[in-house]
Design a protein. Sequence first.
Length: 183
Amino acid sequence: MAIKPTIFKMTINLSDLEHSKYQTLNLTVAQHPSESVERMMVRVLAYCIDAHEQLEFTKGISATDEPDLWQHALDGQLCLWVEVGEPSFDRIKKSVRASKNVKVYSLNTKSHVWWGQLEKKLTNLNLWVYRLQWTDVQALAALVQRTMSFSITINGDSAYIAAELGQVEIGWEVLKRGLIESY
């Protein structure tokens, strides 16, 4: 018998000061049995950073042909592909061919090694690569409850998260800038 995902219910008061977006998100997030809480929460943070009415969580880890998040235009065209973690070069190439906009949110303790191996190979590809600090991600994971309400305020290259169990600020470094597309 297969292990089922753990379901989390989240109400997020999102304030994106950079893009003047203010909204309340009601998310139901499935944590795959092989997924860490840290990775799941980076998926949620990426969802908030890239918030859009057509942005969706996918099957994620359990689907090798889908990203963690994606957004389709009204005509069905894939316009944003979001990966969380340290994907292989082949997976990144596939994503760049499939979507006009690609973002990778790297979060692992070995992120610097992954980036060192791929940086030159990614030079001519149109994608954005962000690196989050692992200690910040761990602090965010410590705030998680199965049902929770919290606020996220995004300003520049950081997000301030306040929840019932505490608060944390997560900053990210932009390792690679892609072309700016509207999506």
